[in-house]
Write a protein of this length. Sequence first.
Length: 347
Amino acid sequence: MLLGALAFGASSLYLPAVALLLLAGGLGLWVGLATAGAGIERTGGPATVMEESPWPLRLALRGGVVRPPGGELVEPLIDRPLALRRTGRRVRVDVRFERRGPHVVAPARVVIRDPLGLARRELVSPAMEVLVLPRVEPVIAPRRGGAAAAGRLARAPLDTAELEPDALRPYRPGAPATRIHWPAVARTGEMYERSLASDASSRPLVVLDARRPPGEAALDRAVRAAASLSVHLARLGGCSVLLPGDRRATDVDPDMRAWHAIHVRLALVEAGAAPPAGRLERAGAIYWVTAYATVPTGLVRAAARERWHIAPAGDGRVGTPGARADFVVAGCEGRVIGRPAAARRAA
């Protein structure tokens, strides 16, 4: 318009042309001053959070030299942008993550612009990372017969730690009288006692099998079941956990000191890693958690007092037709697999 006024000598165009130039320059200066010194501070909750648990996210807006003419706060975790004129200096959002594993939270953006859209500045916050841990759920017995199975499950750490005989040895003064092997005393006339299996081999063992999952949802349910069983057994007296890729199981005591490291590893489990294929020489019960229906060979070969197969419900489980599960945990059904006959030792 100013060029037209100069070219054709139209004096009536000078005033609107200069006015528009001043308006554009003034709005650009306003946006620049509103951006100078401004920023966005983003503070998240802890580095780890459990599935479906609230994770607090705080946004703090730092103003510039002057108040912004307009704009919006764009937070990927919020459904719609928030207008700056209607938003306070601080915003808190409770975020819930549906799936386990590492999550990257995209950066938040503050867009400052004038009402006419002539000037625009954008401020971006750094991205954030959070590790979502698998959810821990209670163990439930769905039927009358399952209550007995759940009771055995609850007593497993105590039973295996106290009642697994290993061999006979000469009686030691001060040993409990319940350990005396009276048939050997009657035959030999000397005092003998039962020696019990070591606590490490008599603890219940939770094995997670991540092979051939039919889908991500089935693997996530299996991981939640393994986490829930580990916590349930550990609080009742201790257990051992064998994760994919491990050669040796990790012990979890009732004080739960070792649980956090295992919980983090469960959040990072991916499909494909195979559990031990050999024979598991364990005296305690084995709880084999899988994402598929077939009973694994490693569980069939395991030498244990009780062997349990836990898999997602409704996946064509192997077993008696129409039979219900002994217990249910995290959307998975647990059934006992034919227990081997108890070995007898003769003195």
